[in-house]
Design a binder for this molecule. Sequence first.
Ligand code: SF4
Length: 612
Amino acid sequence: MFKEQLEKIFLKVEKPGRYIGNEQNSVKKEVTEDMVRFALAFPDVYEVAMSHLGSHILYSLLNNEDDIYCERVFAPWIDMEQKMIENNIPLYGLESKDPISKFDFIGFTLQYEMSYTNIINMIHLGNIPILSKDRTDKDPFVIAGGPCAYNPEPLADIIDFFVIGEGEEVNIEILKLYKEFKKANKSRSEYLEAVSKIEGVYVPEFYQVEYNEDGTIKEFKPKDKKYPKTIKKRIMKDLEESYFPEKIIVPYIETVHDRIMLEIFRGCTRGCRFCQAGMIYRPVRERSIDNLVELAKKLVEATGYEEISLSSLSTSDYSQLEELVTRLMKEFKDKKIGLSLPSLRLDSFSLGVIEEIQKVRKTGLTFAPEAGSQRLRDVINKGITEENLIESVQSAFKLGWSTVKLYFMIGLPTETYDDILGIKELAYKVKSEFFDIPREERKGNFKVTVSTSCFVPKPFTPFQWHPQDTIDEFNQKIDFLKKQIKDRKVIYNHHDSRLSFLEAVIARGDRNIGKVLVKAWEKGCKFDGWSDLFNFNNWMEAFEETGIDPDFYATRERSYDEVLPWDFLDVGVTKEFLIKENEKSKKEELTKDCRLGCTACGINKSFTGGVC
Ligand code: SF4
């Protein structure tokens, strides 16, 4: 009945293409009684969600199964939400337009802590109780996975169960199990009991937390010994065999990444000490060139996109990158299909690769030295030098590039103002390199953009015990850098330190943070990652009203013997390794890339498969 009203409101909102569905390669199935219905929920707007590779993989993988119907659901933008409320329209699946409350599962992907209020809002707009304890047999299961699930505790009261690790196999196991339970008419609690036995599944209600007087965790344990003490992440052992879609949805409206995203490998062996992805996605697993070229051909055919992005944590570390790029260029050059290589590293930046890409079109050059001085780059084990950067930009300028983006972090452990000054100096050196080229050989208008984010200590990194800078400290450092950069060709952008502060609170939060999330949402917080909608005061009031001190989570140093909220998860990389790395960082000692010799992180003991 509301489907007719929906059509009317589409005409009254900004970007109706966000809410219509029916795009090329979207899947329509006839709904049957015994089918398992899954709403793949992304807690942000359509344009962001449709640029997320993991969602495309899962959507296609689940819909490959005849007895599963996976639909998409996104956070409606403020105008659409208003119209939905006015017209009594609940949150719906994009494909069938059925309310998500009719589905069996709502599966959220957790990419960013500051999307958590959107999760609460979406559950509420779906007419589903916000807290797991209030859901009944009539309600769907609200589940979640993705990188932020590596500390599930802030959402423990809201999410029925989490899936830790890579979802390709485990999600099918979960849904097939549910199908049996649905057929046998079994209860919600019976299913939760059964699903808790699947490796990689964490059901928070089966675990209890005791706290010390100072608010730290005394003990985290299963309520019964039938539940596992540790939850081991799931990985796809062989990426070559693992599912990758041959078609992806082509949106009607412009999205963040309008291109084919080709996942060339998972994992990273570099060991940057601030990087959570580098630790949790180990070991490295590559797809073969033949496989990638075949996939690319099928995806170009199915989508008509004119750009292929080679996606991974560190694209230049693909073992045969030059050959891959050459093969892809040969295949697609005549069709004018370009290649883009995000996440390049400076030290393995290959001139040959640059030359190949240039044959089609120039995409922007982006480098992430992360820290301005060699000393601090050694602390974080970035393992790249100024010479690496300078040589890379020199080559690129000679080949006709003229704009460079440089990414840094402010507030890294042991940082001084000299390190921050180093950011400016590096940007100025990049500029000198451009203008050192004879005028007649230079191409384009030079510009270097320096962006700084605020360091957020993350679980499962060697810096997980570190205090974050306070908001004032961040702001003083940002102001200092702003005053230092006085060249019109050097543009400086920085992140909002208040947002990074909240991100740090949630990233290392325990179960108590769930109350703050709900309170902040009740006060109107949503789309917190969108600067025009972010309301820091509401968040501060939420902390005050729930009696929770955010500094306890963000700016407090932890000791090695403190029980951390995520300690019960087994990601393969051991705590001993993380401690050793943290100690080495204090001595500014580097740890080599694993490909030059194993550094004993532990992943090869508990997880076999992959090459590391
Ligand atoms: S086991 Fe060794 S080689 Fe493998 S990721 Fe860990 S440190 Fe690197």
